[in-house]
Write a protein that binds this ligand. Structure first.
Ligand code: KG4
Ligand code: ZN
Length: 362
């Protein structure tokens, strides 16, 4: 049986729509349209929620129109409308949810509210037909967690950051070093010419036997190291910039590698038949981090899966795909669907330090 889903994503700084079709041969992405907002936020050094919300509201209809036309699919040919209902910036999530509700009300098509993190976590099944259970490391600008993915709707969070996400740390590092945004690719590029050993930066929480991480201390240590070499006119020599970038990237890589090793211990104790470590999020593009994780997996006889970058970062194909099993079981939302800024995937996981009075964000 063929099923076609329109997906909509607007939880952070990408407005996206996609059409995914499942047939007897599997799930296929018929189109995936993403309007990024990097240029709109560049001057502010981070995503500005109000600017993001306005841009989503402006682009969401267009992204749907383009996704349908690129897929050569009419709205009436779809079987459901899937939309990210959280976690994320409330204004952005609302834009997507309102658009999806409008389309659902106008067409009578079922509405399915999807958790953004479930979209990331299920992507390796769409791209690489990975079997449950697998271990997922989600490392992006806003998220950092280890999940054991047991089923389409059962995610076990076994650790994550207690403060900054790795992408956020890369972006802040770039700012401290006078490099452009987004910081990850700029720091990676600068690090190529640097000596990772010159500045002794910390590897936080490695003394703790769990899978939790912390990156805010690393950022402070980098600031001190930078201030020890910065000129009176606040200028940084190219060599110092490269060594600082290399030192930061090496610390980040070491922490992610060591904590992934621990997460693998927990996961492999389940004795999965075909063990897999999958990554998602923009930071998974980093070659130093990828190489460290690949080596780790080789040593443990675990398959390493990194979906193509366009599907590792925010997109709507993952949202449409994550709704497929709910379309099959008839598990729909209705027009009372709310946008949820906080929506932990694993409600049973203990709240993280720094998650605030209202509990875990994600
Ligand atoms: O998944 P993503 O596109 O967006 C969300 O966070 O939702 O991730 C973006 C993050 C940014 O912080 C960016 O600096 C980081 O991923 N990033 C990288 C690299 N490419 C992107 N970090 C390290 N190395 C890279 N090559
Ligand atoms: Zn994301």
């Amino acid at each position: 049986m063929t099923r076609t889903i329109l997906g909509i994503e607007s939880s952070c700084d990408d407005t996206a729509a996609a059409v995914v079709r499942q047939d007897a041969t599997g799930a296929h992405i018929l189109s995936s349209v993403v309007f990024g907002q990097t240029g709109l936020h560049a001057a502010f050094g981070g995503v500005v929620p109000e600017i993001a919300a306005r841009a989503h509201a402006e682009k969401v209809d267009l992204s749907v129109e383009q996704a349908l036309s690129q897929a050569h699919v009419a709205l009436r040919d779809c079987d459901a409308i899937a939309v990210t209902a959280g976690p994320g910036l409330i204004g952005g999530v609302l834009s997507g949810v309102m658009c999806a509700k409008g389309l659902s009300a106008a067409t009578g098509l079922p509405l399915i509210g999807v958790n953004h993190l479930a979209g990331h976590a299920l992507t390796p099944r769409l791209t690489d037909a990975v079997d449950f259970p697998y271990l997922m490391l989600l490392v992006s600008g806003g998220h950092c967690q280890f999940l054991i993915v047991h089923d389409n709707d059962r995610f076990e969070r076994i650790g994550g950051t207690i403060d900054d996400a790795p992408g956020e740390a890369f972006d802040k590092t770039a700012r401290l070093l006078g490099l452009p945004q987004p910081g990850g690719p700029a720091v990676e590029q600068a690090a190529m010419a640097g000596d990772p050993k010159r500045f002794a930066l910390p590897r936080p929480l490695l003394d703790r036997a769990d899978c939790d991480m912390s990156f805010s201390g690393l950022k402070t240590a980098l600031l001190r190291a930078r201030d020890s070499v910065i000129g009176p006119d606040q200028s940084l020599k190219a060599g110092d910039q490269a060594d600082l970038a290399a030192g930061f990237q090496a610390a980040m890589t070491d922490v992610l590698q060591a904590k992934t090793a621990r997460a693998l211990d927990r996961y492999l104790a389940l004795a999965p038949v075909a063990p897999v470590l999958a990554v998602a999020g923009g930071v998974a593009a980093n070659l130093s981090i990828r190489a460290a994780l690949t080596r780790l997996c080789e040593g443990r006889k675990v398959r390493f899966v990194a979906p193509p970058l366009a599907l590792c970062t925010d997109n709507a194909a993952m949202i449409a795909y994550a709704a497929l099993h709910r379309l099959e079981s008839g598990d729909f939302d209705d027009l009372t669907l709310s946008a949820r800024p906080r929506w932990p995937l694993d409600g049973a996981a203990p709240a993280m330090l720094g998650s605030g009075r209202k509990g875990a964000k994600a």
